[in-house]
Design a protein around this ligand. Structure first.
Ligand code: TZP
Ligand code: MG
Length: 216
């Protein structure tokens, strides 16, 4: 799948089955895709998360849905699943194993790495990450073990240090505060709650798309 990564980061929806409160994840994802989500990450973790074959079946279903809308499908932290289903990429955190080994295994695929400091960001760039996830920008209820809230400062710091790699902001992002992340240097915003808990995920996604466009 050909793609301009910075463009694909504009509205990056992340979800697993246990994030979706009001509707099934497949329904929420389809609404998000209709609303203009540009990238999707399957993050099946935490209480009640599917495992093994159930996880794989759902992943294949969601991958097919993303491809109907020409949107890449990224797997969170499960390189074996990513390779097995031939997904478009993988996203990993700093604690998800030997990043060099992971880059080797994901050759030819998109690799996103979470970074919280300039040092982590430089290392991830040197490893050959395709994009960095930076956050939590704002307080989040979704990731209990998230680092300290950083506001737009780290994004500004990365750009001030000439890091030109595509950056996506994460953590507590909404259509109302997305402009802070974009103006601080992010190419896009990634969200769980703002779409997965919305009464109308399609409209919620459209609001994020507009917020990002207006902030550039
Ligand atoms: N990493 C840092 S914050 C976060 C992750 C996965 C959760 C983002 O979720 P939400 O609901 O958009 O705050
Ligand atoms: Mg992880």
């Amino acid at each position: 799948m050909e793609c301009n990564i910075a463009e694909k980061l504009r509205v990056y929806f992340i979800a697993g089955s246990n994030n979706c409160l009001n509707h099934e994840i497949q329904e929420v994802l389809e609404e998000a895709l209709k609303g203009g989500a540009t990238l999707f990450q399957f993050r099946e973790k935490g209480p009640g998360a599917l495992q093994g074959e159930d996880k794989e079946v759902l992943a294949r279903r969601l991958l097919a849905l993303c491809h109907q809308y020409d949107v890449p499908f990224i797997v969170n932290d499960d390189v074996a699943l990513m390779l097995k289903i031939n997904a478009d990429g993988l996203h990993v955190g700093q604690e998800d194993g030997d990043l060099e080994h992971i880059r080797e295994k994901t050759k030819g695929k998109l690799l996103g790495i979470s970074a919280h400091t300039l040092e982590e960001a430089k290392k991830a760039v040197a490893l050959g990450a395709d994009y960095l996830g930076v956050g939590p920008i704002f307080p989040t209820e979704t990731k209990r073990d998230a680092r300290e809230v950083m506001g737009g400062n780290v994004l500004e710091q990365l750009r001030a240090n000439d890091l030109t790699i595509p950056l996506v902001a994460i953590g507590g992002i909404t259509a109302e505060n997305a402009h802070i992340a974009i103006r601080a240097g992010a190419d896009g915003v990634s969200v769980i709650t703002a779409i997965s808990h919305a009464d109308h995920p399609q409209q919620a996604t459209r609001n994020l798309v507009e917020a990002v466009s207006h902030s550039k």
